[in-house]
Design a protein around this ligand. Structure first.
Ligand code: S3P
Length: 175
């Protein structure tokens, strides 16, 4: 079993993809975003998967993707914000490496996602209410899973990556 990955968890708009790519460059690792991986495998984008199969269908694909990705090694892996809601996903993520929670407020999420059309869960009358509900359900899980928690509000991705690097355990730096 591989346990050498760096795994980013946190809500939509926390910067998992951007920060993950920067970390991967700096650490000379491959980067994979689980949503992009699912889209590449399926041949359609996430909104289309939600349209056709509903959230439940998407979650099945997400679990399958995580199964494949957590078997790999030396990755920086950005997970989807809802991936932590299934116990089987949590088990796989925990076993696969070092977990970083990008802690982000709903205000900051709204700011970063205000023009977004790719998050089906935000295509609603009241995105703030939706984000608040999701965060209050998921934040305790993110916190419980995290080996490292990094606040990201009002910070550029590069600054967040610069903050993370010196806090990584030694064994992740030389792999
Ligand atoms: C979701 C987050 C999205 C994507 C899907 C559902 C969620 O990923 O997996 O739209 O449940 O929070 P990001 O966290 O990368 O936006």
């Amino acid at each position: 079993m591989s346990a050498n990955n760096i795994i980013l968890i946190g809500p939509m708009g926390s910067g998992k993809s951007t920060i993950g790519q920067l970390l991967a460059q700096r650490l000379n690792r491959d980067f994979v975003d689980s949503d992009h991986y699912i889209e590449a495998k399926t041949g359609v984008d996430i909104p289309r998967i939600f349209d056709i199969e509903g959230e439940e269908g998407f979650r099945v694909r997400e679990t399958k993707a995580l199964k494949e990705l957590t078997e790999r090694n030396n990755l920086v892996l950005a997970t989807g914000g809802g991936s932590v809601t299934r116990e089987e996903n949590r088990k796989m993520i925990r076993a696969a490496g070092f977990i970083i929670f990008l802690d982000t407020s709903v205000n900051q999420q709204l700011e970063r996602l205000k023009h977004d059309k790719k998050r089906p869960l935000l295509q609603t009358e009241n995105p703030r209410e939706r984000l608040e509900a999701l965060l209050s359900e998921r934040k305790p899980i993110y916190l419980e899973m995290a080996d490292l928690r990094i606040p990201t509000d009002r910070k550029f991705a590069r600054k967040v990556a610069n903050e993370i690097i010196p806090q990584l355990p030694e064994y992740l730096m030389n792999s």
